[in-house]
Design a protein around this ligand. Structure first.
Ligand code: HAM
Length: 420
């Protein structure tokens, strides 16, 4: 038997119901915040990720799915959504009007990681990118959108871990201080950190292997190397988050794994879950330099992404979702060919009016159809028989109260809708 590739999932049954639910909450809340849906390709030119996510990021160094197509182009399956959205913004000159663009997306991403629960090679993110404003009101909006969306999914005990990397000058000051501090300790850190010391020293701070080492705990903090402007900016973000009732904690260890960030960076976790790298439900930050680097447009950007696979795993632990099951409105039952012809019409009429309806297609007898209706949790059964049909009537049974009633065949849709 052919099996699915390592690190991918099949989403079926109740999990699929939860996914559909998440998708509907995402699109409703994005619409309420006035974010526009954007869809970009699943593969892009490899260079895009080298220049945005960064040559020295773990993602580009170890995790991308790269391939050449028949035209000898170097392509990469997208490991994240930000780069593609920025590329699209520049390529399609979406900056022409208006000045601020707010996008949301929802799609599969690909990273060649070591698969485990909550860490997959093909996974799905929803996320937003706001391009054009540097006002801290947008940092706060994006963070609160992510926070309140997860709250709407009943994920409790949320906490945003927030930090700032500051502007270019702050970052340069900080990097210098960090290198100076780490130099005498470098041999005590893990092999990856030794490499990061040369290529991407900030990443040492969120190393999962050395997470509890005293060396990292006592490392200099970005907050102490900020320019006055960067500090004022961050304080405003925090003040606005207070107004928006977002639970946050300033955590100097949050630096994020992608190279494009500056100023605000954040990750969101549920404190109900033991802290591991897979307990992070989403993360994001500002990338004010990225758009200039990828194109000629000097403008600002900020966004976040959340992993739906991780969110659904979390939802499955919540009481409310434990007994989620499929339900339909109506099951239409028949036996003879004559009754079947009526069934076809009735089913279609109900469906066209938005009533979730099913009927038999396996030649089951009445007993089998009753069983199937129960399996589908049908609220109403419409039981057709020739005698009633001749009088223009159908037999409707409320499958919960078990009450039965004869209804005029021409009024069946109104009757069902009125009683749902
Ligand atoms: P990220 O932190 O790499 O950020 O990913 C965001 C979220 O995607 C993670 O918090 C996690 O929930 C989910 N995720 C990441 N990798 C995996 C995986 N292998 N399996 C399952 N879920 C995963 C970004 O991708 C940035 N583009 C976010 C952003 C948008 N920054 C600015 N704008």
């Amino acid at each position: 038997m052919i099996t699915k590739p390592k690190g991918t999932t099949d989403i079926t049954g109740n999990d699929a119901l939860l996914w559909e639910y998440v998708n509907s909450v995402v699109s409703n809340i994005m619409t309420a915040y006035n974010y526009e849906y954007i869809r970009t390709p699943i593969f892009e030119m490899s260079e895009l990720y080298h220049r945005s996510v960064g040559e020295n990021s773990d993602i580009v160094r170890k995790e991308t799915y790269d391939f050449k197509d028949k035209g000898n182009r170097n392509l990469t399956l997208r490991p994240e959504g930000t780069a593609g959205v920025v590329r699209s913004y520049l390529e399609n000159k979406l900056y022409a009007s208006p000045d601020i663009k707010k996008y949301y997306y929802n799609g599969t991403m690909y990273r060649y990681e070591r698969p485990q629960t909550g860490r997959l090679r093909e996974f799905t993110q929803f996320g937003v990118e706001v391009i054009g404003s540097n006002d801290p009101i947008i940092d706060a909006e994006v963070i609160s959108l992510q926070y309140h969306l997860l709250e709407a999914l009943h994920i409790n005990n949320l906490q945003v871990n927030i930090n700032t990397l500051g502007d270019e000058e702050s970052r340069a000051n900080y990097k210098e201080a960090l290198l100076k501090y780490l130099k005498p300790h470098i041999n005590e850190l893990c092999e990856d950190c030794k490499e990061r010391f040369k290529t991407n020293p900030l990443r040492i701070l969120d190393c999962k292997i050395d997470a509890n080492s005293e060396i990292l705990k006592n490392a200099p903090k970005t907050i102490n190397y900020l320019t006055k402007d960067a500090k004022d900016r961050f304080e405003k973000v925090l003040r606005y988050l207070d107004l928006l009732e977002v639970d946050y904690e300033v955590n100097p260890r949050i630096v994020r794994g992608l190279d494009y960030y500056d100023h605000t960076v954040f990750e969101i976790v549920s404190l109900d879950k033991e802290e591991t790298s897979q307990s992070v439900l989403g993360g994001g930050g500002r990338y004010n330099k990225l758009i200039k680097e990828l194109g000629n447009k000097d403008t600002y950007g900020i966004g976040f992404a959340c992993g739906i696979d991780r969110i659904v795993n979390m939802m499955k632990e919540i009481e409310l979702y434990k007994n989620v099951q499929k339900e339909i409105d109506c099951y239409v039952m028949y036996v003879s060919e004559e009754e079947k012809l009526h069934a076809i019409e009735i089913v279609q009429n109900l469906r066209l009016n938005g009533v979730v309806t099913e009927t038999d297609s396996l030649n089951k007898g009445l007993k089998g159809q009753f069983k199937e209706a129960d399996r589908l949790n049908a609220k109403f059964l419409i039981i057709l028989n020739n005698e009633d049909l001749k009088k223009g009537l159908v037999n409707v049974k409320d499958n919960h109260t078990k009450e039965e009633e004869k209804v005029d065949i021409d009024e069946i849709v109104e009757y069902i809708i009125g009683n749902l």
